[in-house]
Write a protein that binds this ligand. Structure first.
Ligand code: OXD
Ligand code: MN
Length: 619
């Protein structure tokens, strides 16, 4: 019994520290978990997976409030979730993943096309028949004693022609609860699919198995529109709607069907005069897409408004010679550490309620905490592993890749056109990476194909979003290296071909918020101040922004950027915008090494771009 006044942490020695990923079956009352689809193809597939995995029972999700409440109550009983203090973070919960399972694992992510060439040089490839047989072996009896959930969902606004239906089978309640936030889940998908047994829909199978890194595989079968993910409970590996369907399978379908699936945020920006543009921006994982998508302009930009369409994924199609984008998702799965009222007030407001946290710290009064949150750290907390933590601890309280899942409706800056089926017209595409040196704050491509080259040669320092070394510069074309579901050479070709079909193509830019000075400190303040760069980009779209020609593209001068009200001296701006020829010689060599490493798949147009870039440096 907890005594009044007794700190909560003294009661945590028991069950709250111990958190489960794998949990036994649950038994819903009548009227919950019984919304069976009527499409025979779906029923047959569920039957087949059920026969294989042998669950205790099958729970057919409908996405209703009642179902959600039941699943949360069961998750609390089974220690899959911890309820946070209702006053501090209403209707919000904490989940801890297995410490061996905290990020995407690219080395066990496979594209299983009939030939290795189709998967291309940047993907792990595995032969489909052998892989099915290996995975079916692992799945055999895997759900014994567990409930098998069938989660129907759609990706995209309900009336978009791009919208796709998916079904995810899972034995994790955390996955079901997350899918309800991240997708439009339940009956809406059953209605959209209808009864046509030949209709297009994605088959996703997920089982935690025993959360063993040795038995962890995330496999995509693009030709079958199928995903099988086993052995993990981490969002990026198991919310199959997101990286697996919306990007890997999505990019494969997009090429086949003539549209684009990209790892891009989408934002709207409106001037005080009411003129509005939309831009899409591709940055690698954990490089600030969510922050940029929710940017609040500094005081100097009075009357300017930025709104969010999406923070991670853009599906784009051509209409009237222009690119239109929709956000296929319904929520945000963002990196928590570093999020504060200073860095991202809109994200903070979004995650104040109705949020599912993973791997952050739990304070003694039932609140959540992470490194970089506003205010002083708590004097005591339970860290992401479930251990005691104090400010003197050597370990981080929250895992660097701890996450929030929150409905996009929570975002005070949500764009009013987010549900629009036709999408929003894109005026500019921005590529960006995390580079300490070489790459200027912003520059513009000379034309579409040059822009494709900027995307294709993009690089960034690696982050905690994927397992492996952090801080190593790696080429990450269009921020799609871990997400392109087919041969990267064909992907580049698809980009070039899309450009040919656009009569009013978006302008293409490259940005780098992360350049450092000789003292090792960031040169640019970032966050809200990125509005200054955005403003120049819009000026260029409206053909009234100044720029000088440089070997790498059109560069603003200090005079072209609106730096009013920003305390930054001229040498710093010069350092931010400078092209250091020595650094660029290394960069050009790295572009060549990268293209060479792709073994001849790079389209000749991009090889020519590289040669022209080299030549411009000699002029
Ligand atoms: C993400 C990622 O979670 O890119 O969005 O890893
Ligand atoms: Mn991402």
């Amino acid at each position: 019994m907890i005594q009044r006044g007794e700190p909560l942490h003294s009661c945590l020695n028991g069950h709250l520290r111990f958190m489960k990923n794998v949990a036994p079956a649950i038994f819903p009352p009548n009227g919950i978990g019984d919304t069976k689809p009527t499409n025979q193809a779906v029923l047959d597939w569920v039957h087949e997976i059920g026969k294989l995995t042998k669950p205790e029972n099958i729970f057919w999700c409908d996405g209703s409030e009642r179902e959600n409440e039941f699943l949360i109550a069961e998750s609390l009983k089974q220690n899959v979730l911890i309820k946070l203090d209702e006053k501090k973070v209403p209707r919000s919960y904490l989940h801890r993943s297995n410490p061996n399972d905290v990020a995407r694992v690219e080395k066990v992510t496979f594209i299983c096309t009939p030939t290795k060439e189709e998967a291309g040089p940047t993907n792990n490839w595995s032969e489909p028949a052998e892989t099915y047989s290996k995975l079916y072996g692992l799945l055999n009896g895997a759900m014994r004693g567990r409930t098998m959930f069938v989660v129907p969902y759609i990706m995209g606004p309900p009336d978009s022609p791009l919208t796709k239906v998916g079904f995810e089978i899972t034995d994790s309640k955390y996955v079901v609860l997350s899918m309800r936030i991240m997708t439009r889940m339940g009956k809406i998908a059953l209605d959209r699919l209808g009864n046509d047994p030949k209709a297009e829909w994605n088959r996703g199978v997920h089982s935690l198995l025993d959360v063993d890194p040795q038995r962890r595989f995330i496999c995509h079968f693009p030709q079958d529109n199928t995903i099988i993910s086993v052995g993990s409970g981490y969002g990026g590996n198991v919310l199959l709607s997101k990286k697996c369907l919306a990007l890997r399978i999505g990019s494969y379908l997009a090429r086949k069907q003539g549209w684009m699936a990209e790892h891009m945020l989408i934002l709207g920006v409106e001037s005080p005069q009411g003129k509005k543009h939309y831009v899409a921006a591709a940055f690698p994982s954990a490089c600030g897409k969510t922050n940029f998508a929710m940017l609040i302009p500094p005081a100097h930009f009075k009357g300017w408004k930025v709104t969010t369409v999406g923070d991670d994924i853009a599906w784009m199609e051509i209409r009237d010679g222009r690119l239109f984008a929709v956000n296929p998702e319904n929520g945000y799965f963002g990196v928590v550490p570093g999020t504060s009222y200073k860095s991202n007030p809109n994200a903070m407001k979004s995650i104040e309620h109705d949020t599912l946290y993973t791997n952050v710290a739990l304070t003694d009064d039932g609140d959540v905490w992470w490194e970089g949150k506003d205010g002083p750290p708590p004097t005591h907390a339970i860290d992401w592993r479930g251990n005691d933590w104090t400010p003197d601890s050597k370990e981080k309280a929250a895992h660097p890749n701890s996450r929030f899942a929150t409905p996009m409706r929570n975002n005070p800056a949500l764009d009013p056109n987010v549900e629009k089926g036709e999408g929003v017209p894109i005026s500019a595409i921005i590529f960006g990476g995390r580079r300490s040196d070489t790459v200027p704050l912003v520059y513009e491509a000379f034309d579409w194909t040059h822009g494709v080259y900027l995307g294709a040669t993009m690089a960034s320092e690696t982050t905690a979003a994927a397992a492996g070394t952090v801080g190593k510069v790696r080429r990450d074309p269009m921020a799609m290296l871990p997400f392109c579901g087919y041969n990267i050479g064909d992907y580049f070709r698809h980009w070039i071909d899309i450009g040919k079909r656009l009569t009013s193509p978006p302008l293409i830019f490259n940005v780098n918020w992360f350049r450092k000075g000789a003292n090792g400190k960031f040169l640019w303040p970032g966050f809200g101040e990125n509005m200054r760069v955005l403003k120049w980009i819009l000026d260029r779209c409206e053909q009234n922004g100044g720029a000088v020609k440089s070997p790498v593209g059109w560069l603003p001068t200090a005079h072209d950027l609106d730096l009013g009200g920003l305390d930054i001296d001229h040498t710093r701006v010069a350092d931010l915008l400078g092209i250091d020829h020595e650094e660029w010689q290394k960069e050009l060599a790295a572009h060549k090494t990268f293209f060479d490493s792709l073994g001849g798949v790079v389209p000749k147009e991009l090889q020519e771009q590289r040669e022209q870039l080299v030549a411009r440096f000699k002029e």
